[in-house]
Design a protein around this ligand. Structure first.
Ligand code: HEC
Length: 169
């Protein structure tokens, strides 16, 4: 039995390493927020998609279970531990049907974490982090979180969130 569980755990660790489950161990220069804070975000539920016409980027907004529940119920402010991730892609015509566009290269991944003990710059209670894709790697956003705080302050009355839940039915 013991041998079997050792074999099983070894296989699990090995397969996790193979699929590269871990995010890079990198941190924001000013607030120290780590990319690993949103480990597993690929499994979060999609809240909304946006297209930014000036940057020609497709964006997915994704939320962890605590945040998605509140967003679907339109409950604000979002609870402690809420995590909202935004992934931005450049776009390209689909090779199979060029009039349709599809996501091309990931440009950056960023997130907001509701943690009122550590982050309360404008009374917002959110920590902000951005990781920029350079080749195959991510690097923390060198300018830090000040501009995130300033721009998101324009939607302070919506818990500093631009996004609301986009229905799929
Ligand atoms: C100039 C304004 C501006 C700045 C600066 C900015 N954002 Fe945003 N952010 C937006 C807008 C507009 C949206 C919604 C549209 C979209 O998805 O691009 C958004 C959406 C988001 C979302 C999804 C939740 C929401 O509020 O809709 C996250 C997470 C996010 N931004 C994180 C960041 C982080 C981290 C930074 C700083 C590194 C940052 N933002 C800087 C304007 C800004």
């Amino acid at each position: 039995m013991l041998t079997r569980s050792i074999l099983f755990s070894t296989a699990f660790i090995f397969s996790s390493a193979l699929i590269g489950a871990s995010l890079a161990d990198i941190k924001m220069p000013d607030n120290g927020l780590s990319f690993r804070e949103v480990e597993g975000y690929q499994d979060y539920k999609v809240v909304a998609t946006h297209y930014r016409s000036d940057k020609k980027e497709l964006r997915y907004i994704m939320a962890n279970p605590i945040a998605i529940e509140a967003l679907m119920a339109k409950k604000q402010p979002l609870p402690e531990g809420s995590k909202i991730v935004k992934v931005a892609w450049s776009i390209k015509p689909m090779t199979t049907f060029p009039d349709a566009l599809e996501a091309d290269q990931i440009q950056r991944v960023e997130y907001m974490l509701k943690d009122s003990k550590h982050y309360n710059q404008n009374g917002d209670h959110w920590g902000y982090a951005r990781y920029v894709k350079k080749g195959d790697e991510y690097v923390p956003y060198a300018k830090g979180a000040a501009e995130c705080i300033a721009c998101h302050a324009s939607v302070a009355s919506d818990d500093y969130l631009f996004t609301s839940f986009q229905k799929t039915y």
